[in-house]
Design a binder for this molecule. Sequence first.
Ligand code: HEM
Length: 421
Amino acid sequence: MTVQTTGSRTAVPDGISAVNLADPKSYLENDMDAYWRRLRADHPAYRHGRDGEYPEFWVVSRYADVMALYRDDRRLTSEKGNVLVTLLAGGDSAAGQMLAVTDGRRHKDLRNVMLRAFSPRALAHVTDLVRTNTRALVSDFVRRGSGDFAAEVASVIPMTTVGGLLGVPQRDHPYLLGLTKSSLSSDEADQAPEEAFLARNEILLYFSDLVAERRADPQDDVITTLTQSDIDGVPLTDQDIVFNCYSLILGGDETSRLSMIEAVHALSREPEQWRRLKQGEVTLESAVEEILRWASPAMNFGRRALVDIELHGETIKAGDVVTLWNISANRDDAVFDDPFTLDLGRTPNKHITFGYGPHFCLGAYLARVEVKEMLDALRTFTTGFELTGEPRRIHSNLMTGMSYLPVGFTADEAGLATAGS
Ligand code: HEM
């Protein structure tokens, strides 16, 4: 790589400027590990689209900077969007109402209301559900011997989890799953943006109906809790609740699904790590954290700068879009020893998979439970597994992972005997 220096600025080498981070195809066509390594080393504050060819936004790739900017809600706002698609479109229509795109005092109050809905009592019911569901799905899959792990196992678990939390009837889970897939990433390369837009609207309509039902007939679930909540004596509106249900279902579905798929994908390629897990040489807890670091399913989140910010000799202007790259921060060798090695016993492991600061993921506990139950079911019911075909990656500039994972499992008969039928 040749990097030319012009004055105090380093010119961006072609290999870097040729990658359009807004285009989902870029992640399938380029060696992104090499790309991030170069950005972290040479362009830690990189202005994407500087030459006008691609959309313009700042790219922050080092762990320490990503962390500092996540924390900095004084100089950066989420209210103009927190993902590329809304940031580049100029804003998010749920700003000030949906937790992830609300700042300041209102964010804090809303987060406290939502945290009540995530009380240990509500979560105890859901974590039991996750365990039972995961054990049943994985043991059935192992008995069948092979199939698409993504569709047959990993897709089903997060929707049951968040659906169970929100009180979405089981019969509607497949419908919502289809909509969440269309609205965020896509299993298809050529999905039209209008399709994503329509899917998002359908999710909102679905939750409007459910909120009306819960107001009329309260149940023991999150939607009911939200209908009974207020901030400073003012009850949450239907729209407040609908936007936040939407955020939970989108935030909680795809990210967890992709983490579980990556767990099986990564372990199928790393027999020594699988052996350590199977033989109990590493704790489930440390294995979960390493799978989360490794998968980094949410590649980036973003903000808009409220004031000028100096970073590594560059000036991020007030109003500029700033993207924070978890996927790069989680491979930063300034923080992680040997970051490109999967090490299920890695400690410490302060990955940034769930973000940091005021918007730290609300569902982190639940996501960890899901990955933990998945790893526990795998080590109990199978002696090993291998890919039986070529996996397929999703198409997204926000998420990363597989949409299709053909895999064959070898049964652990003693383990399966504990699963029930
Ligand atoms: C926020 C990642 C699972 C609900 C976030 C953020 C990240 C993230 C990086 C910060 C966004 C920002 O700063 O703008 C993940 C990953 C998951 C996961 C990688 C799984 C492996 C879940 C689950 C739920 C959930 C299971 C719900 C049940 C949310 C919500 C927020 C959030 C509501 C917004 C919090 C706020 O703005 O205060 N998540 N998430 N997430 N996540 Fe997750």
